[in-house]
Write a protein that binds this ligand. Structure first.
Ligand code: FES
Ligand code: FES
Length: 170
């Protein structure tokens, strides 16, 4: 079945099997291996990408469901003027260890900040609750997202509430 999907602003047309999962379409057909495939049970969330601006576990969607739609992957996170603040936050606060969960964590975090620019620690933990970090690095992931929120707000000249429950490393 021929499908056309806009991924990270670029249109791709491919002939795929109707049973192909979106995660395999991204990785195997388009070579976008930043979206990870971490389980067979829809539990880990390493495969999170955006489908029409909503984070989805791409192992739970068929590639044909993306026909005529837009997809954003971690490869599309970087901005024209540099790294997305979420990416920078993960660097600054050591938000990753092995890095396997990181692309999915960052895609969910970007979506969170787009909808809640000043999330509390609880907000962040709830947002990423469908994703597993095998390295158990949740503390630093939360710090990374808070770093991004605070630096994004500072860049935009806004004031955000300092979340004293999370120690943000500058
Ligand atoms: S690969 Fe584990 S939830 Fe999608
Ligand atoms: S950093 Fe290793 S799985 Fe999250």
């Amino acid at each position: 079945m021929e499908i056309t999907v806009n991924v990270n602003g670029q249109s791709y047309t491919r002939d795929v099997e109707p049973r192909m999962l979106l995660v395999h379409f991204l990785r195997d057909e388009l070579g976008l291996t930043g979206t990870h495939w971490g389980c067979d049970t829809s539990n880990c969330g390493a495969c999170v990408a955006w489908l029409d601006d909503v984070p989805v576990k791409s192992c739970t969607a068929l590639a044909v469901m993306a026909d005529g739609h837009t997809v954003r992957t971690v490869e599309g996170l970087e901005r024209a003027d540099g790294l997305d603040p979420v990416q920078q936050g993960f660097i600054e606060c050591h938000g990753l260890q092995c890095g396997f969960c990181t692309p999915g964590m960052m895609m969910t975090s970007r979506w969170l900040l787009d909808h809640n620019p000043d999330p509390s620690e609880a907000d962040i933990r709830e947002a990423i609750s469908g994703q597993l970090c095998r390295c158990t690095g949740y503390e630093n992931i939360v710090r990374s997202v808070r770093w991004a929120a605070e630096h994004e707000a500072a860049a935009e000249g806004e004031t955000v509430t300092e979340d004293t429950s999370v120690e943000v490393q500058a």
